[in-house]
Design a protein around this ligand. Structure first.
Ligand code: NAP
Length: 253
């Protein structure tokens, strides 16, 4: 039996967890950071909370007798990706990262690329506008630097009020989101720009199509650099193949 730790908080981690339910050849544990107040309980054993940096994670891996780790964290979870690479090296175990492809603009898109949140706030300009923020809860304070806009903040949990710019209204919602609903939101709220991380994937992609249809500007926060030197696949299907090969159970299932 292969003992496996999955670093999660993403649709990829959830897909792997669902697949592992009927795979007795793996003894898997799914790890959440604990940032979402109401996570959906997965169908396999799980734990919640940080490990205490790379050394803490390496100790966790060693003490638990883990042989394999899958980094299925979000493309913007840069700290955890660094920690995972370092911890796998320290513990001497195999690491596979799932790195979902980024989104790319197509004709009709009005994207403005920026490297981080501070530049995103600047890119909104000096004229008051109605802005949809779909960036989660962690980095909202950056938009206090542009307090003249009206912000519509969509996140899974309602954010702390301290982190909010003035003139913010909250929509607590969890994806996936449908195109019809995204169109209704952009039109109904008279949104002139939306801010998003380049997360990739399909669960939150409909907002980009809706923005194209409505002529809404998209301020796109580009991804942090991926880890170099870590074995990487693009999706859960490839990760399953890697795991089957790793466990020596590749029967083409
Ligand atoms: P981060 O900045 O890269 O990591 C900050 C710290 O959170 C890490 O040093 C680690 O603490 C802890 N941590 C992160 N992921 C963890 C996991 N899966 N299990 C246990 N501890 C974890 O991470 P983040 O960007 O805040 O993301 C936190 C979680 O939300 C991740 O699970 C990520 O996949 C998910 N998520 C993030 C985004 C995003 O836009 N960043 C979007 C959707 C989902 P220690 O150093 O103490 O171990």
């Amino acid at each position: 039996m292969t003992k496996l730790l999955i670093l999660g908080g993403t649709t990829e981690a959830s897909a792997l967890a669902a697949w592992l339910v009927d795979r007795p050849e793996f003894n898997a544990l799914l790890s959440f950071a604990g940032t979402t107040r109401t996570p959906r309980p997965p169908p396999i054993p799980y734990r919640v909370g940080g490990f205490g940096g790379p050394q803490g994670l390496a100790n966790f891996l060693r003490n638990g007798g883990y042989q394999v780790m899958i980094d299925a964290t979000h493309p913007f979870a840069a700290q955890m990706k660094r920690n995972a690479a370092e911890a796998a090296r320290l513990a001497g175990i195999d690491l596979l990262a799932i790195h979902r492809p980024a989104w790319h603009a197509v004709p009709g898109d009005k994207w403005h690329h920026v490297p981080d949140m501070a530049h995103a706030a600047q890119a909104l300009g000096a004229t008051p506008r109605r802005i949809l923020l779909t960036i989660g809860q962690k980095d909202l304070a950056a938009f206090k630097a542009a307090p003249w806009h009206h912000y519509i903040v969509r996140s899974v949990d309602p954010p702390d009020t301290d982190s909010l710019p003035p003139h913010a209204e909250i929509i607590a919602a969890r994806g996936p989101f449908l195109l019809a609903d995204e169109l209704a939101l952009l039109r109904g709220s008279h949104v002139s720009a939306l801010v998003t991380k380049n997360s990739g994937g399909t669960a939150t992609m409909a907002k980009l199509e809706a923005a194209r249809i409505c002529g809404v500007e998209v301020v796109m926060i580009d991804r942090p650099e991926p880890q170099i030197g870590v074995a990487t696949v693009q999706d859960p299907a490839q990760a399953k193949a890697w795991l089957r090969a790793h466990a020596g159970t590749d029967r083409g299932l």
